[in-house]
Design a binder for this molecule. Structure first.
Ligand code: ATP
Ligand code: ZN
Length: 724
């Protein structure tokens, strides 16, 4: 008797298991293929994980209903990558695999119908009969507009079967875009500037062999021309048929960078980020899956896409915390990029002016090759940096006299000034100066932020908001006032002090509307004097040649935080902010306001010497036995009561306890109540990543078979970025 043909299917469900089905004759399946399967009373889209497995005996397997394509949506290397990631991050394989599909394909849509194909005519094939008017009209339409898309044609009244008929007759063929074919897709590129001597030396040290794995950390100070180097690298080493991936933290914030890539590579550039429409995503996904020679510029999740000819991976601003997904499948895009390059036998280049301590450590250990680029490109020089101690100085909305006169001076010279403040809104607290009452979020253990523009009190941790009141809600006194600084308040103060200069606020609130960031950036790029006031958003990769002054309103946030990564993040942010000053021909200046001007970290920061800082911070991590010297994971639980959360963590603790691990907690999270959920955590550390991984796998399996109340939610976060 022949063995029944079976397949093990992954479903997009938070379940740490796969499901076995019969494969009916004459269906044949390969791993990575999309199928429809019955599941309970539903029909679900699944992905074939394995075939020919021995099904458990005594169980009546249901048959696979149908295959959605006859080719695997996920090629082998992508499946391998995701099953590695599933194991490493302890996230269910099904959900991991499905993140590599565009939303339309996750829902079981057809991979072909929705793809926007471009068409051109061929001078061959059998002409439609003279009475096939529609087909003839279609043929003319395509002849007149080579590169026209299927959706444009259907909008014009033609049908997809008509298009298919012409294709089958060999009268039309698919092309890349607007009549462009592979051959000329690279032609409309313009050369960039000549590489500087320092850039050339760096370029020569980059891996020349794109057919072999290597990991390089490109430490290049701000404005050193790393982007130019990536462009040069791809131009020199990427073959015409190759695919490349360039990961960036946020695409919308740096349209200039994207424009530079497009100027160099024209049609070869494709983009990937969360704001694309479903059909744009499907379109790009198909290009990648079909092995078209794209250079994909994308955010975090781009690293999971089904590349088939990947030959170079670049991770720009590799230190950026947005590479780590904070919920669900909590992966690090940067770390997966390195593993992906390893699987695909190609180089990965991690670039930053402020590398993560993990990458810096790997470079120190010789795991990554280190390339240093320590001169600014063009005529630019590194900015001068100065600490301004603001203890017992009079402040105007947080800004000291010397800072204000430096701003005035820059504007007088026709230059631009930037003011960094890491809080949006008007003020972080509303307080009654009679009774001391402070307005708190009813759902979180936090204070409400006052947003003056729309007279609202908002919680920055949940979606709670209410109208701001003029009087204290507790004692009715009208001595109820905003305390502390946010971007809105600083904007308002500066607008009052410099009435003739535009003050431009850049934060999540001011850039919410689509396209508003583009408007802001083009105003700054016009070069006319202005003051930019903003949050982290201002620190990210912008190239504003006329900004000569950067002022940091308060640098002290990261000095005394409970999160062990806070000092690293503070140093990175401050150096990145500083890096926006003096990128053009004029010298730049940075003023950092602090109450701790004698703090060694801030003093080292002022010397602008990141390698020394990184080494110091690493020494502290080593002494504290913290990552990257040990592997770390955090179990996070939230429930309706703190007691439930702590109870579950206690039992996780007893599951995982044993030799080779150190456990801290359980303890309530820094914000113990968020959106009415009570949150606590348990930190697990080990010298051996393998050992930790094994323990986590066992623990997760045990937790899965427990009957937990539905209101108690747990998750494990491997290599956590936030530990508060
Ligand atoms: N060889 C060169 N000659 C002249 N100008 C250059 C050269 N290389 C780069 N530049 C210019 O220098 C500026 C900074 O370059 P780029 O944005 O690539 O720096 P970066 O290292 O990526 O900066 P950051 O890390 O601060 O974002 C840009 O305006 C770029 O056009
Ligand atoms: Zn809240």
């Amino acid at each position: 008797m022949t063995r029944p043909r079976t397949a093990r299917i992954a479903l997009n469900r938070p379940l740490r298991r796969l499901f076995d089905y019969l494969v009916p004759e004459p269906m044949t399946l390969t791993p990575g293929q999309r199928v429809k399967v019955p599941f309970g009373h539903q029909t679900l889209t699944g992905l074939v994980a394995e075939i020919g497995v021995e099904p458990p005996s005594g169980i009546n397997l249901k048959p696979v209903q149908s295959a959605l394509e006859d080719w695997p949506a996920l090629p082998e290397s992508t499946c391998k990558l995701l099953s590695w990631a599933s194991d490493y991050y302890q996230h269910p394989l099904g959900e991991c695999l499905f993140t590599a599909l565009p939303p339309a394909l996750r829902r079981g849509r057809s991979a072909e119908a929705k793809a926007d194909q471009h068409w051109q005519t061929k001078d061959s094939g059998e002409l439609p009969p003279a009475n096939a008017h529609r087909q003839l009209a279609l043929l003319t339409a395509i002849k007149n507009a080579p590169g026209i898309t299927s959706s444009e044609l259907t909008k014009a009244g033609f049908s997809r079967p008509q298009i298919r008929a012409l294709k089958n007759k060999g009268l039309i063929t698919e092309c890349q875009d607007r009549g462009r074919t592979d051959a000329d897709s690279n032609q409309n590129s313009t050369p960039g500037p000549q590489l500087s001597e320092a850039q050339r030396t760096a370029a020569e040290s980059l891996p020349a062999d794109t057919g072999r794995f290597s990991a390089t950390l490109l430490y290049g100070i701000t404005g050193s021309g790393k982007t130019e180097l990536y462009l040069h690298y791809l131009k020199t080493h990427l073959h015409r048929q190759d695919q490349a991936l360039v990961l960036v933290p946020e695409i919308n914030l740096t349209p200039q960078t994207l424009a530079r890539f497009q100027r160099y590579f024209g049609q070869r550039i494709a983009i990937w980020h969360s704001a694309l429409t479903d059909s744009q995503r499907l379109d790009t996904w198909l290009k990648i899956r079909n092995g078209e020679p794209v250079i994909l510029i994308g955010t975090r999740s781009a690293v999971l896409l089904p590349f088939t000819r990947l030959r170079t991976v670049i991770v720009d601003e590799e230190h950026d915390s947005s590479y780590k997904q904070g919920e669900g499948f909590r992966y690090s895009g940067r770390d997966i990029a390195v593993y992906r390059a390893h699987l695909n036998h190609c180089p990965v280049i991690l670039g930053s002016a402020t590398p993560s301590l993990e990458s810096w450590h790997n470079a120190q250990q010789g795991k990554y090759r280190l390339i240093r680029l320590e001169q600014r490109a063009g005529n630019a020089r590194p900015p001068s940096m100065e600490l301004l101690d603001i203890r017992s100085r009079p402040l105007e909305s947080g800004l000291s006299r010397p800072a204000l006169s430096a701003i005035a001076e820059a504007l007088d010279k026709g230059e631009q000034a930037l003011v960094f403040i890491n809080r949006r809104g008007f003020a972080p607290v509303m307080m009654c100066f009679d009774c001391g009452h402070m307005e708190e979020c009813p759902r979180c253990d936090t204070r409400l932020t006052y947003h003056r523009r729309d007279r609202a009190m908002r919680c920055h941790h949940c979606d709670f908001q209410m109208a701001a009141s003029h009087a204290c809600p507790a004692c009715k006194s009208d001595n109820f006032k905003p305390v502390g600084q946010g971007t809105e308040r600083t904007e308002e103060t500066l607008a009052g002090l410099f009435p003739d200069t535009p003050v431009i606020r850049v934060d999540r609130d001011s850039t919410q509307r689509k396209g508003s960031i583009q408007g802001i950036l083009s105003q700054v790029n016009s070069g006319a004097p202005c003051i930019l006031v903003g949050t982290q958003m201002l620190a990210k990769g912008h190239d504003f040649p006329n900004v000569t002054l950067a002022t940091v309103v308060n640098a002290d946030g990261g000095l005394f935080s409970v999160d062990f990564r806070a000092p690293e993040q503070m140093v990175q942010t401050l150096l990145q902010v500083s890096g926006r000053a003096g990128r053009g021909d004029k010298p730049g200046k940075v003023l950092i306001q602090t109450c701790h001007s004698d703090h060694p970290l801030l003093q080292a920061l002022c010397r602008g010497d990141y390698p020394t800082l990184a080494n110091q911070l690493l020494a502290e991590r080593r002494a504290g036995e913290l990552p990257p010297f040990r592997a770390m994971a955090i179990f996070r639980v939230d429930a309706n009561t703190m007691q439930e959360s702590l109870q579950l963590l206690d039992s996780i603790r007893s599951l995982i306890q044993g030799p080779g691990v150190e456990i801290w907690g359980p303890i309530p999270a820094v914000i113990a109540r968020k959106a009415d959920r009570h949150r606590a955590q348990l930190v697990v550390c080990s010298d051996s990543r393998k050992h930790l991984n094994r323990l986590l796998t066992q623990t997760c399996q045990q937790l899965d078979i427990r009957k937990l109340p539905a209101s108690v939610k747990w998750a494990v976060d491997v290599d956590p970025q936030e530990t508060g």
